[in-house]
Design a protein around this ligand. Structure first.
Ligand code: FES
Length: 679
């Protein structure tokens, strides 16, 4: 008895029997094999390329003859002449089954391609964008069938895509007839798949066959900077990245001063909304120009941001976020058109905003959760996004908790006497010899240490201008390791520390990191600097500790530092200061801009939007402001590394001298200050 030929697809391994003459694309569709097709098998798009293999395949139990597929036809000949079908490739919609055959689907022909980013935030993202292109042929008008062009067009697209509730964006109704005629009744539609079968829409149109590219923009809208990644929606490739300072900074450096600006100035919230939207429009222009792309080709956008930015961007007064119970106007994700939120892009461009987790834990934390996926981890993972407000997640497969903690701007170099933003000339790494107490350091812009030959020349153009956030953490941690600062955060005198780099300043002591010389001013770390960092890190640690209490643990398995700042913090120094809980140093990693990575995942994979929405609903939110144990943890966490938690894993690898400088200048006020700060 003769049987239909066997068709085996690799790499999926899917197989089935098909009658002679079945196109490979049809076989793939019936078996659920991931094989792309924009033109619906009309031989126009070339997305369906496959590679047949011939010979013996003992593993599959088949022998494939050269005659297993139909001969090249005129469509393939034409495509080969125009663009080339190399390496034995065929068009899946044209090649037909003639005998048993093994078919390889190359990665470029798979709809759900695995995208590998070669960037700091390298990540595999399964490509499944919300907006995609579909080419269709539309029935021409007929006097005997009085059906409009729109209805015939929608019928063709519904048939080709299976999208039942498909609608055309209203702005496309006017140009539709001209586009249909220009394309001689063939047309390409950009389809936004919507949230479910009922809500897909056609958001852009081109006459005839158009194979893109079309683009999407993932935006991390921070209180200080706005960063965007422009991605090709067909390949997932990041084709441009750009950033700018958030123009809202002129209304206040930190979020609470912006909330107060809105409270104190009538129309202040509207001014801030306009400022951030102007900034975003600038970003869109810059990024498109640099990448050589028309802004009209950007059809999808995804945003992550903290709750105050979220409200100001949407044009909502953030007043309620400034006071308990910190009620969000809306915590759910939002699907909007970009023009609704004041963005000057194509009228059909969609904007998706990730959900907010709580009044202080925003869509940026949801982006971090999507990127770092603590809910899929077997290890109990603490994810800390360090900024002026630290957002903290703790969890594993058993559940995820979240909170935020008001760290203030000290980690960004503010409130530090010689502090500055990370820029050329800023000290970013410090080492102090525990015996001689002599420092050496590196500044941004040079790879040389300050005691290496050529350092002076290397920094001649920038000078040594101050200490950035990562530098201040390293120098204070090194001072603690070298016995220059004690566990309570006091800097010792020259006599007690054995170095004349320590000198009295008013009631306390300072440590001179850089001596003044010709053209170079002195840079020192004061006891007030140490205090500012103690307050910031105590807030961070207390938040993390609170989540650990809720989870009933004293230790975590892993710590992930997110955020641009997190990317530059040394795990050892952060732990010496007690910023993060004790755990093996090799289990502390940096995730770079995880919120931005989360936005990119949501842009390139529509299923991830459902996933993060489900996760956010399940996350247990902890409000630090009303938790009685927060103050206790805060006071304990003011110690270096901590006055209550032992940090024994850290002490096993780093020697922390048990020096005590109390009884010296200014010591009596410190307990009072800590208690006040905790309140
Ligand atoms: Fe478009 Fe084959 S499906 S060319």
């Amino acid at each position: 008895m003769s049987r239909d030929p066997l068709v085996i697809f690799t790499p999926s391994g899917k197989r089935g029997r098909f009658s002679i003459g079945t196109p490979i694309l049809t076989a793939a569709r019936q078996l659920g094999v991931d094989l792309d097709s924009v033109c619906g098998g009309r031989g126009i798009c070339s997305k369906c390329q496959i590679t047949p293999s011939f010979g013996e395949f003992p593993k599959h139990g088949v022998t494939v003859n050269q005659t297993a597929l139909s001969n090249w036809n005129s469509v393939e000949e034409r495509f080969d002449q125009k663009r080339g079908l190399t390496g034995g490739r065929r068009l899946g919609c044209q090649a037909k089954v003639q005998g048993d055959v093994v078919i390889d689907v190359p990665p470029e022909s798979q709809v759900h391609k695995q995208v590998v980013r070669k960037r700091a935030e390298a990540r595999d993202i399964m490509l499944n964008p919300t907006v995609y292109l579909k080419y269709v042929e539309v029935e021409q008008p007929d006097m005997h069938k009085p059906m409009g062009d729109l209805e015939r067009f929608l019928m063709a697209v519904k048939e080709a895509t299976g999208h039942e509730g498909l609608e055309l964006d209203t702005h496309l109704l006017r140009p539709l007839q001209k586009i249909l005629r220009k394309g001689k009744w063939t047309i390409t539609a950009a389809i936004h798949q919507g949230r479910d079968a009922r809500t897909p829409s056609i958001v852009s149109l081109w006459p005839g066959y158009f194979d893109g590219p079309i683009f999407g923009l993932a935006v991390d809208l921070g209180s200080t900077t706005i960063a965007g990644h422009l991605c090709n929606l067909s390949t997932g490739e990041v084709i441009g990245s750009s950033g700018l300072m958030n123009p809202q900074i002129r209304f206040g450096e930190d979020l609470m001063s912006r909330v107060s600006y809105g409270m104190l100035n009538t129309g202040g919230d509207i001014e801030m909304t306009n400022a951030v939207r102007d900034g975003l429009n600038q970003l869109v222009q810059d990024i498109a120009q640099e990448a050589g792309v028309e802004t009209s080709q950007i059809l999808d956008m995804v945003f992550v941001m903290n709750p105050v930015m979220h409200h100001l961007f949407l044009g909502i007064d953030p007043y309620e976020l400034g006071q308990a119970p910190f009620a969000l106007a809306t915590s759910d994700s939002l699907d909007l058109t970009a023009t609704e939120i004041g963005l000057a892009v194509a009228p059909g461009t969609r904007a998706y905003i990730l959900p907010c987790i709580a009044g202080h834990v925003g869509a940026d934390a949801a982006g971090v959760a999507l990127s770092e996926a603590p809910d899929k981890s077997d290890d109990l993972t603490l994810v800390v996004d360090v900024g002026t407000n630290a957002e903290i997640l703790l969890g594993d497969r058993g559940g995820v908790l979240a909170c935020s903690s008001p760290t203030g701007p000290a980690f960004e170099g503010a409130q530090i006497s010689a502090g500055q933003r990370a820029a050329p000339g800023a000290i970013e790494h410090v080492e102090i010899n525990p015996t001689t107490k002599e420092p050496r350091f590196r500044v941004i812009g040079s790879d040389l240490w300050s005691d290496e030959v050529g350092f002076d020349t290397a920094v001649a153009s920038t000078g040594i201008t101050g200490i950035c956030g990562s530098g201040i953490i390293e120098v204070i941690a090194e001072m603690r390791i070298a016995g220059i600062v004690d566990a309570s955060g006091l800097i010792g005198s020259a006599e007690r520390t054995g170095t004349n780099r320590c000198f009295a300043e008013g009631r306390t002591y300072s440590y001179r990191l850089v001596n003044s010389s010709e053209g170079q001013s002195e840079i020192s770390v004061t006891n007030a600097d140490v205090r500012a960092i103690q307050m910031a890190k105590a807030a961070l640690y207390a938040g993390a500790r609170l989540l650990m209490d809720k989870r009933g643990v004293d230790q975590v398995d892993r710590v992930v530092l997110a955020g641009a700042f997190g990317a530059h913090i040394s795990a050892k120094h952060a732990m010496v200061l007690g910023m993060i809980p004790d755990c093996p140093l090799e289990r502390v990693t940096s995730a770079g801009n995880a919120a931005g990575t989360g936005a990119r995942i949501a842009l390139l994979n529509r299923n991830s939007r459902d996933n993060i929405e489900k996760l956010v609903r399940k996350i247990e939110k902890v409000e630090t402001a009303i938790e009685p144990r927060f103050q206790e943890h805060f006071v304990n966490a003011s110690g270096l590394p901590n006055s209550s938690d032992p940090f024994s894993t850290l002490r096993g690898v780093v020697n922390l001298p048990e020096v005590k400088f109390h009884g010296g200048n200014g010591d009596k006020t410190q307990g009072r200050r800590r208690r006040r700060a905790a309140r």
